[in-house]
Structure formats: C-alpha cells, structure tokens
Design a binder for this molecule. Sequence first.
Ligand SMILES: [Zn+2]
Ligand SMILES: [Zn+2]
Length: 160
Amino acid sequence: MKGHACIDPLHHVHDASGFVAAVERASLERGLRLTPIRARVLGLIAEAGRPLKAYDLLDQVRDGEGAGAAAPPTVYRALDFLLANGFIHKLESVNAFVACHHPSTAQHSVPFLICDRCHSAVELEDAQVVAALDERARALGFVPQAQTLEVHGLCARCSG
Ligand SMILES: [Zn+2]
Ligand SMILES: [Zn+2]
C-alpha cells in the first residue's frame, strides 16, 4: 500500500459545507449524532482550511448569531466528540485542530507535516510509518495507546 502526501493543504477539505454533510452521513452510518453545535464547530474548522487554535475557535463560536453561540464547555465537549470519532485531528505541538479528510474511518494515527511559515498542516497518509512505530514499541514490551507524530518545517511552497 502506498501512502500519498498532498502538497496542497486545501486540497482535501476545500468545500466546508460538503465536508460537514459527508460527516453527517458518516455519523448516521455509525449511529452517532452530529448535533447543531458539533456541526458548527466542525464547519468552522473545515472552513479555516488550516489548523485552527482553540481560542480562535471559541471566539468564532461566541461571535455566532443566535443559536450558533455557545459557551466554552459546550465547544470543548463538541471538540471531544469530533476527536473521539476521528472527524478532526488535534495538533498537540501547536494546540490547534484540523479536519480529517476521510471522516468515514474511525479515529486513526497519522503523521502530520506542519509548515512553520504558512502554518499549513498536511496528513501524511502512510500507514507504514505508524505500523513501524507500533511494532518497535511492542517489541520493547510497550503498549502504545496514542501516537502524536508532528514534523515541523517548511512546505513545498514556502521552501521553493
Ligand atoms: Zn485523518
Ligand atoms: Zn508553507
């Protein structure tokens, strides 16, 4: 199986409303409920097109009109749901969230390539990297439960 690295960070989630609709369908199939606040948080992350910091997200939700407005704990609960079900990823090193472009699969570990100049983040779809780490850890008797693989540097556009 060959992985692919997409060099355009906007390639996968370019249509935020289409992405939310896809997640809605995936949720139904998996017996999950994408409530209005969960859908709104997901939509904001998808629209951002790049990693969205938690405080920016809170600002945007607070500035929402009427039913769109929500308190921080509600937003964090929505984030927990989206993370637990693999619809978004959290980038620990920059404390930001990105939409996952294959929302029909469950939560998965993926290496991320993060550009320190334009702040784009790309999922490196390479199951071998994740599997190799898992294997080496288990060989040492270590039982991995979560992998955070974030590579910082300059993307093709910024380094070119
Ligand atoms: Zn993903
Ligand atoms: Zn860049």
